[in-house]
Design a protein around this ligand. Structure first.
Ligand SMILES: NC(=O)C1=CN([C@@H]2O[C@H](COP(=O)(O)OP(=O)(O)OC[C@H]3O[C@@H](n4cnc5c(N)ncnc54)[C@H](OP(=O)(O)O)[C@@H]3O)[C@@H](O)[C@H]2O)C=CC1
Ligand SMILES: O=C(O)CCC(=O)C(=O)O
Length: 488
């Protein structure tokens, strides 16, 4: 793995060409493991740049749509091959730009390759059904058409997987795309698009415009040339996307926060539950919408679970994600670090007991990074802020419960409903959990994070717009159904 030392400037990608913003302004992307290191500069684009990107996508769409599904799928296979070829470079950029460890970044990039190949195959699958008409001489069937131009607004926590799980289905079903990635990970986004360029994707089919959320993101929401918007990020911005899209009749899809519970029953395999709570709660520095944040433990096994958890959490190695010894990297940015510190202080103020972590770790190479020791709280009341709001950091809240009914009731007592796990050997507990937990992703004896690209992904309640991404579910957002009645 070669460390790059010079900072390059990355351009927008509009109509198949790399172009500087008309605003002539750039933004530095910093390494959260060392705030003095600039990973690269990205364009701080203007509304004019966005207009050009939308116009290019619009112009490219009729020809792209006219290609057969298998022909569009062939392009996706080429894009997958190019991404695979540059896997190490992209993963290293991701680690340097947002801090997750190199093995996690490489796994995510490999997932991007697999997503592209999955949707390449989708180009060969059916897009409709034949339905018996009440008129015996008529032929009735459904087919699907693309939306047109899709605006893709993505966060920094999965800077390869999320843009790709949105762009790949958009493209294979015949849409063209304008991508506005998170500013925090604009360089990683540019590197993905370099791969698509290398794969020979026709001009205008995918366009990249980096810049402020309030300018380029809002610009996409309001743009009359954008037919659908797919968004992952915070609930605050997600609501703005939904309202803006409704106001002008555009289709929209939102994936937002989580406050995901794990229930540890008294008959659970405690070692497994501890490992999964650590992996589900603290990997990626707790910055996944599917991360575990509340742990409900039955009183009979509470002390055993707590002791085992604490001894393992205290031993986790924190450091630069490029160091092979590191288990957990820094928070992705200074503002994310400040948010996590704010919530840890809030937990203490509201009366929870901090059992470990929550401080800035000391040690060689850690001074200039946004590092934080993973925090475990107990005596957390379900009404406390740290038990209700998404923290998006390495913070676990332990809550002792007497019965499974109590655990389920408290687990559901939040506005989110993304993912949830239970650890138990009892089939009755499993079935009650499957039936009653309010979550789009339900996991038994497995950590709360863990999304498979071929299965539907999305949340209940305020975690999503109630649509689903990934797998074959993606077709529902990226196409419209036409019901056709034919009579000779
Ligand atoms: N569910 C999830 O997967 C995620 C949840 N979050 C949650 O959100 C919190 C804040 O993270 P943050 O990165 O600020 O998330 P945001 O929701 O602000 O950002 C997500 C995307 O939306 C863009 N955006 C920002 N403002 C607007 C706007 N007014 N109109 C349209 N698009 C906009 C951002 O651009 P830009 O980067 O330029 O601001 C980014 O591309 C986290 O602490 C976490 O709780 C964050 C990321 C992912
Ligand atoms: O857990 C995952 O793989 C995906 C999580 C996700 O979509 C997110 O954190 O935004």
């Amino acid at each position: 793995m070669s460390l790059q030392t010079q900072s390059k400037t990355y351009l927008n990608y509009i109509n198949g060409e790399w172009t500087a913003s008309s605003a002539n302004a750039v933004e530095a992307s910093l390494n959260p493991a060392d705030k003095h290191e600039i990973v690269g500069y990205i364009q701080n684009s203007s509304k004019e740049d966005l207009d050009r990107a939308v116009a290019a996508a619009k112009e490219a769409q009729p020809a792209w749509r006219k290609l057969s599904g298998p022909a569009r799928g062939d392009y996706l296979y080429k894009m997958a091959n190019a991404l695979e070829k540059h896997m190490d470079e992209i993963a290293e950029t991701m680690t340097r730009e947002m801090g997750k460890t190199f093995p996690e970044a490489k796994g995510e990039t490999a997932r991007g390759v697999a997503i592209l190949r999955y949707y390449a195959g989708e180009g060969m699958r059916k897009v409709g059904d034949v339905i018996p008409s009440s008129d015996s001489e008529a032929f009735m069937f459904t087919t699907r058409v693309p939306l047109g131009v899709v605006g893709v607004i993505t966060p920094w926590n999965f800077p390869v997987a999320i843009p790709i799980w949105k762009m790949a289905p958009a493209l294979v079903y015949g849409n063209t795309v304008v991508l506005k990635p998170a500013t925090e990970t604009g360089v990683t986004a540019a590197k993905i698009i370099e791969c698509f360029h290398e794969a020979g994707l026709p001009a205008g089919v995918v366009n990249l415009v980096t810049g402020r959320g309030s300018v380029i993101g809002q610009g996409l929401i309001d743009h009359p040339g954008i037919n659908g918007i797919t968004f992952t990020g915070s609930n605050t911005v997600g609501k703005q996307v939904g309202l803006g899209a409704i106001a002008r009749g555009a289709k929209y899809q939102l994936e937002m926060g989580g406050k995901n519970p794990v229930i540890v029953a008294e008959d659970a395999d405690i070692e497994l539950a501890v490992e999964a709570t650590i992996s589900g709660g603290l990997r990626s520095t707790g910055q996944k919408c599917t991360c575990t944040s509340r742990v409900f433990v039955q009183s009979a096994v509470y002390d055993e679970f707590k002791e085992k958890l604490l001894s393992k959490v205290k031993a986790l190695k924190i450091g630069n994600g490029l160091d092979a010894q590191t288990w957990m990297g820094p928070c992705a940015s200074e503002s994310q670090y400040n948010t996590v510190v704010h919530y840890i202080n809030k937990g203490i103020e509201e009366g929870a007991t901090l059992l470990c972590g929550g401080n800035k770790p000391e040690g060689e190479g850690l001074d200039n990074g946004f590092y934080i020791q993973p925090a475990v709280f107990e005596h957390v009341k379900p009404s406390m802020t740290i038990a209700q709001e998404e923290i998006f950091g390495p913070v676990l809240a332990l809550i002792k419960v007497e019965t499974m009914e109590e655990a389920l009731e408290l687990a559901n007592d939040v506005k989110f409903g993304l993912s949830a796990s239970i650890f138990t050997r009892n089939i009755g507990n499993m079935l009650s959990f499957i039936n009653e937990i309010e979550a789009g992703l339900v996991r038994i004896n497995a950590e709360s994070a863990g999304v498979e690209l071929q299965a539907p992904f999305g949340g209940m309640k305020e975690s999503s717009s109630h649509s689903r991404e990934q797998g074959q579910a993606a077709i529902e957002f990226f196409t419209s159904i036409k019901t056709v009645f034919v009579k000779a």
